[in-house]
Design a protein around this ligand. Sequence first.
Ligand SMILES: Cc1cc2nc3c(=O)[nH]c(=O)nc-3n(C[C@H](O)[C@H](O)[C@H](O)COP(=O)(O)OP(=O)(O)OC[C@H]3O[C@@H](n4cnc5c(N)ncnc54)[C@H](O)[C@@H]3O)c2cc1C
Ligand SMILES: *[C@@H]1O[C@H](CO)[C@@H](O)[C@H](O)[C@H]1NC(C)=O
Ligand SMILES: *[C@@H]1O[C@H](CO)[C@@H](O)[C@H](O)[C@H]1NC(C)=O
Ligand SMILES: *[C@@H]1O[C@H](CO)[C@@H](O)[C@H](O)[C@H]1NC(C)=O
Ligand SMILES: *[C@@H]1O[C@H](CO)[C@@H](O)[C@H](O)[C@H]1NC(C)=O
Ligand SMILES: *[C@@H]1O[C@H](CO)[C@@H](O)[C@H](O)[C@H]1NC(C)=O
Ligand SMILES: *[C@@H]1O[C@H](CO)[C@@H](O)[C@H](O)[C@H]1NC(C)=O
Ligand SMILES: *[C@@H]1O[C@H](CO)[C@@H](O)[C@H](O)[C@H]1NC(C)=O
Length: 504
Amino acid sequence: MIKAMFKAWASALLCVSLSVEVAASPTIRERTTDLRALLTDPARQWAANTTVSFPGSTNFENATERYSIFNQPTYTAAVSPGTEGDISKVINLAKSYNFPFLARAGGHGGANMSDFESGVSLDLSKFNSIVINSAAQTMTVGPGVHYRDIFDPLYNAGFYIQTGSCSCPSVIGVAIGGGVGRLMGKLGLTTDALQSVRLVGADGVVKTVSATSYPDLWWAIRGAGANYGVITSATFKIQPLSNNNGGNAFMLDFVLPAEKSLEYLNIIEKSFNPMPVNLAGIIVFNWNSTHNVSQVVSDWIFFGTEADARKTLAPILALNATFITATLPWNRIISVSGGGSDALNCVPNKLRNTFNLNLKTYSAAGWQQSFETLTDFLQKYPNGRGSQVILELFANNATAAVPSSETSWPWRDVRGFFQELFVYDTGDSVTAQGAATYGSQLRSQFAAYSGYSTPTVFVNYARGDERIEDVYGADKLPRLAQLKQKYDPNNLFAYGHPIPLSYP
Ligand SMILES: Cc1cc2nc3c(=O)[nH]c(=O)nc-3n(C[C@H](O)[C@H](O)[C@H](O)COP(=O)(O)OP(=O)(O)OC[C@H]3O[C@@H](n4cnc5c(N)ncnc54)[C@H](O)[C@@H]3O)c2cc1C
Ligand SMILES: *[C@@H]1O[C@H](CO)[C@@H](O)[C@H](O)[C@H]1NC(C)=O
Ligand SMILES: *[C@@H]1O[C@H](CO)[C@@H](O)[C@H](O)[C@H]1NC(C)=O
Ligand SMILES: *[C@@H]1O[C@H](CO)[C@@H](O)[C@H](O)[C@H]1NC(C)=O
Ligand SMILES: *[C@@H]1O[C@H](CO)[C@@H](O)[C@H](O)[C@H]1NC(C)=O
Ligand SMILES: *[C@@H]1O[C@H](CO)[C@@H](O)[C@H](O)[C@H]1NC(C)=O
Ligand SMILES: *[C@@H]1O[C@H](CO)[C@@H](O)[C@H](O)[C@H]1NC(C)=O
Ligand SMILES: *[C@@H]1O[C@H](CO)[C@@H](O)[C@H](O)[C@H]1NC(C)=O
């Protein structure tokens, strides 16, 4: 019975079947020839473990694969370096020959990349080492390391760390844009655990960046880290499991029908506002394809004992619902919670069209309105019924305890995230149009309840059409732009959510 439910939840994202197509225009073909000659010239003297690949090969497919194919970049070549020296080589070649390149770690970036055309994927997947130093309580990872790769090694060594909510993005990719997640209340952002990084700059030179080495860059890369160089390793502070109930968390998952949504959302607004420091809730509005209705799905994680969890969650446990509960070790939280939906949520190469917002106010009225608007979309667009609205509700005690001036990450008062995820088949222009219309409408409706005076969204969740001030913060931009001018004057790192060379 539990199994059937898990399967059904997960199927929310299954109804999408797509294939990647990159149209080859004449200019693209011409550029391909140039890059192929340039990159395969023996004068390059690539290291033996560097791979150069082109369309039509598995190496190329792997080196350019992305989580979402919505507004994806187009590539004509990929370099998968085995050494930092070869990363420098790609950067220097790009500068000399003026071709676009894009560092790729986990491939989960959500920015609009459609202005990146016929470029080179600088695929960092070979930098996949994980070194845990138990005595120093640190972990050093390369950009090819995904969250799923660190759970068991860290846990088995007696440690844990704050992470994002899914297993598939790269640890470094998440960290350099902030890195929000369920442990924000206790430990802060993923970026707050950073101690130092190695970075190949736009000048091709390898630098150690930390509080004592390039401190200006150290400030910038913790929030806007994709703009200043290629990070080849990062060292994080890790926490002993013994500080946190032996690493055991309590999970409470359940589904509520639409009729109960407002009662439930009111309970959250009244009883979990502010969110208790050990608690995190992920609430999903989606479509129940068995009953053909919209519904509210919940996943609550409490870092502590079951007894304390039950006390804290009592207002929710008083609801008339079928609860699924479990005690989960830290390394199993992401794979088991939410009905095991992580595995399916992480399937790459699907069209995923997202509109997201930061939130700092908890408003049942705002959440309910978005549930009703989403329901309207789901009823009208049967081919978009894998679409969802996701509320991530996290405490922010440890996040807010770090002074804002410490990092470039601008939203230390944030207490949750509003995410719209539209999924439909490529070529389904009817549903695409519906998603575009409802997507913007839902976002502007909810922005009024977000607690911010403008629709803000941190960089990892930004779509690409937001005002730059609403992504990086107006107060951070002058310094970020000065540092961009200083460290990347040729604007080599110009895609995604680029920091301008001057601001204002
Ligand atoms: C399923 C899913 C779950 C997510 N969950 C969370 C979450 O819980 N918390 C959160 O904060 N974010 C989350 N995100 C957002 C995620 O953090 C960002 O999309 C992040 O940019 C992904 O990094 P990546 O390396 O996987 O992606 P990529 O597409 O490889 O990289 C994203 C951007 O960062 C640049 N970049 C990546 N690595 C490096 C590097 N080593 N040096 C320099 N530049 C680099 C790339 O050039 C690109 O511009 C999630 C995204 C998805 C799709
Ligand atoms: C569909 O709704 C029923 C009744 O609320 C619930 O028991 C079931 O788990 C739901 N299915 C999914 C896929 O969430
Ligand atoms: C490509 O990626 C797949 C899936 O991760 C893997 O099984 C395969 O070995 C990779 N191929 C190459 C050539 O690296
Ligand atoms: C690639 O080879 C060089 C030289 O042998 C080595 O130093 C480096 O660690 C290798 N890179 C990877 C990612 O294994
Ligand atoms: C993505 O960017 C391109 C080029 O900048 C633009 O034409 C397009 O409208 C953008 N797409 C979305 C969905 O914002
Ligand atoms: C609890 O919910 C079930 C099914 O949703 C319903 O049949 C039952 O009457 C409800 N009980 C109470 C006390 O509301
Ligand atoms: C589901 O609802 C749609 C209208 O929203 C209707 O066309 C369809 O027949 C329903 N399917 C089932 C199985 O009830
Ligand atoms: C966490 O912060 C909230 C305010 O946002 C505060 O009310 C609460 O007491 C703090 N919790 C702890 C454990 O410090």
